[in-house]
Design a protein around this ligand. Structure first.
Ligand code: CO
Length: 143
């Protein structure tokens, strides 16, 4: 394998979170808190995606419950087509822009050509599931 260039994408470094599409965050907490014993640490609205996101930490990673706030939200469309369920897997990266460019350079189809603001003050960008063996992949750069 060729030596990576300085500033080039070095690979993902941790599992940031698992994103789960739900109709209502409140109605899921009986399961995620009551049955699994997790606790909801933080809820915020991500206006760019028209969702509310709830974060439930677990060890070094977390679950992200996503509830649509508008009918045109990508999460609303996902719920219509597939119902509730696992929506995406998010990997922490050093530099989301470099990660997206690195993936594109290897022929991966991108959802986001460049990073945009996500929840928790992070920069995020998505790869298309058609290029990722059916998995919607998110890159997350921590603030
Ligand atoms: Co996410």
């Amino acid at each position: 394998m060729a030596q990576p260039k300085a500033g080039a994408f070095q690979g993902v470094r941790a599992l940031s979170h698992l994103g789960i599409a739900v109709k209502s965050i409140e109605s899921t907490l009986g399961f995620f808190e009551g049955v699994l014993g997790l606790s909801c640490e933080h809820v915020e609205e991500v206006s760019s995606q028209k969702v509310r996101a709830a974060f439930l930490p677990l060890g070094a990673t977390r679950l992200e419950l996503l509830e649509p706030t508008a009918p045109e939200s990508p999460i609303a469309r996902f719920l219509e087509k597939r119902g509730e369920g696992l929506h995406h897997i998010a990997f922490e990266v050093e530099d989301a822009g470099a990660a997206l460019e690195g993936a594109k350079a290897q022929g991966v189809r991108l959802v986001d050509a460049s990073p945009r603001p996500g929840a928790r003050g992070c920069l995020v960008g998505f790869l298309h599931p058609a290029s990722c063996h059916g998995v919607l992949v998110e890159f997350v750069e921590e603030p």
